[in-house]
Ligand binder design. Sequence first.
Ligand SMILES: [Zn+2]
Length: 337
Amino acid sequence: MLCVLTYHRIVEREDDPECTPGMISATQERFDAHVRFLTRHYEPVALEQVLRGVRQRANLPRRAVLITFDDGYRDFATAAWPILKRHQVPATLFVPTAYPDRPGPVFWWDRLYRSLIETSKESLHAPSVGALTLRNEEERRASFLTIRARLKGLLHDDAMQLVDRLCADLGGSREHESSTILSWEALRALASDGVSLASHTHTHPLLNRISPEQARTEFTTSIRTLEREIGPAFPVVSYPNGAHDDSVLDVLRQCGVELGFTQLPGHNDLSACDPLRLCRINVTRRTSVALLHLRMQSWFAPIERWRKRKRIRAYQSPVASPALYEESRPSRGATPA
Ligand SMILES: [Zn+2]
């Protein structure tokens, strides 16, 4: 049985105001405690072993665990990898290949969150969401979460247009000197230090919110980019936000993908599971060692699915009609709620 863990960011403070809500997986101290727990009670394996297991339809050690990181934030290199290396634990880093070497906040969720945090405005009218108040940090975080939930129901292009429009309305985010994402040079150094790098698509769209042809291009471009920048690439992908559907999987199978990582909670029996629907346990900043222990029990998986039901439903729902920005603007003279 294989357990796969998903991490995003490892930071110094669990309430780091610079980090977009939901992106912090642990502080360095807690991550160190996680890794110590995993080395004591589980058998950390590398991506290559999982690939071999799937090819041979052979199961891995009974308590095998694969540690994965999505998105390629810089703190993987500065905060996570030194701990993993010290404990000799292998790791897989899923990289959206369009973003290394781009300056500033590159992901839409970071751009939107920073714009919300840095704006001088105290309210915002978001399409189909209505009036949002931005009077304090709490309201700004809540507004971010409301908009994010709404975006997941839109086609990717509509969602990105909406993000651009909202960021512009908010006054944009300040120019930040350095990128939050690892450069290709840093990624090459990690690869030669033993980190398995793999595709997280090229531009990180929800794959079920684009056409099958676009999904094919997203994957093949990411593989070509990894091959150009790093070397031979694994036939592996982590679906952005775990979003996938049958037609996406058909396309990826045609592209030769052998392992696909979702965000569906659960364990993986490599001798029987669909390797393009591998389950993962998403670690959040609330995941103490005791909770990690609990969440890694196979009997806990149905409870996990129930806990995550809203999230899973959000990207599985039918595509919402693109809400035109103008439609939800208050009529002239209306007072923001
Ligand atoms: Zn991601």
